[in-house]
Ligand binder design. Structure first.
Ligand code: 13P
Ligand code: SF4
Length: 352
């Protein structure tokens, strides 16, 4: 739907008034009405780097979700302020691993006598607390665009990996890209005693996967892939690695949101694509390539509701408040958490 012209004008005016003092980052899952005001767009990895590369901006307005704004705060200097236009823009996957649960898991690994062999690798989609835990225990952060490199690094440091909180990204990377088997992976359920695992299972595992998932990508199924292949002969199926293993195994291409965009840019005219990721991005990609047939992998899957909380009225409110010298919705990670989380994020940024 077209943006309200009055709000568009207000956003433009507030941004102009702020000038170089503000830098607006937009994740690829954001609405069109918001993305039009982003100074840069990207996947989680690119946005983390872009936030860190703007030391002159006093305000970083993050159009994305809470964990991304936290990461930006960790990676920017103390006098830079990160603003999330709607504080309710969280991520259900990130919420699936709390600091208490992860501390308890570490106790379980310690009691099983394997904690010393375990390197934590945490997906960017996690709270600053989880990132701090990761840094404290010698681990690294990864995103969907560098998960294999992060795991390669981790297996140089230790024999086992505790992968938090997305079981699918962990399993897909281990099995698709690193030659591990499904049997090398065990699923740790934080709601069960000892994660629902025996000591023997923990000792035999290479990958200990946290039982978290993305509610949006979790809805794509093997049927979605089979149906689209039947409907559109010759279609290329391109999915995000947060999809279930059976979906990823049946797809032709797998990658981050940035990868999805680049793949479509490089695709020949007339080629056919079914994309399994969030709907705002798929619609934009389809609109950008009228010479290609681009469809949504499964019409019953929709927007990420928390990403969509950042809408034009919230962005206008945040920009106008800042332009009036009113700092609103600041995301600020406490110093202790920040120092350990930063360690983990810097290990990611230093990956070869
Ligand atoms: P990427 O943009 O890194 O592919 O991540 C997707 C996602 O789910 C962000 O929440
Ligand atoms: Fe979280 Fe999934 Fe939304 Fe990404 S798409 S922010 S992982 S709920």
């Amino acid at each position: 739907s077209p943006s309200d012209p009055d709000l568009v004008e207000r956003a433009r005016a507030a941004k102009e008034k702020l000038g170089d003092k503000v830098f607006v980052l937009g994740h690829h899952y954001q609405r069109d009405e918001v993305i039009q005001f982003a100074d840069v767009t990207g996947d989680s990895f690119k946005l983390a780097k872009d936030a860190a590369a703007r030391p002159e901006a006093e305000y970083i307005v993050f159009c994305g979700v809470h964990f991304m704004a936290e990461s930006a705060d960790i990676l920017t200097s103390d006098d830079q302020k990160v603003v999330l236009p709607d504080l309710a823009a969280g991520c259900s996957m990130a919420d699936m691993a709390t600091a208490e649960q992860v501390a308890e898991c570490w106790d379980v690994l310690t009691e099983a006598g394997i904690a010393e062999q375990v390197v934590p690798v945490s997906y960017m989609n996690s709270s600053a607390d989880i990132k701090a835990f990761t840094g404290k225990h010698g681990g690294t952060i990864c995103t969907s665009s560098n998960a294999k490199r992060a795991l390669d690094w981790a297996f140089e440091q230790g024999e086992k990996v505790l992968f938090l909180p997305d079981q699918h990204l962990g399993r897909n990377t281990a099995v698709r890209e690193m030659g591990m088997t499904l049997e090398d992976c065990v699923l740790y359920n934080p709601h069960k005693p000892n994660g629902g695992l025996t000591v023997e299972q923990l000792r035999n595992a290479k990958m200990i996967l946290w039982r978290g998932h993305c509610s949006v990508h979790g809805r794509f199924s093997l049927d979605s892939v089979n149906d689209v292949r039947e409907r559109i002969p010759g279609v290329n199926v391109l999915v995000h690695p947060e999809c279930k293993h059976e979906v990823v195994a049946a797809a032709d291409h797998v990658g981050s949101t940035e990868y999805i965009i680049k793949t479509l840019e490089a695709a020949p005219a007339g080629s056919k694509w079914a994309i399994g990721t969030e709907l705002n991005l798929v619609r934009r990609v389809a609109a950008a390539h009228p010479d290609k047939e681009v469809v949504f992998l499964d019409k019953t899957v929709c927007f990420c509701s928390t990403m969509n909380r950042i809408d034009l009225p919230h962005l206008v409110w945040a920009l106008e408040s800042l332009a009036e010298g009113n700092l609103v919705n600041r995301i600020e990670v406490d110093k202790e958490t920040e120092s350990f989380a930063k360690l983990a994020l810097e290990r990611m940024l230093a990956l070869p």
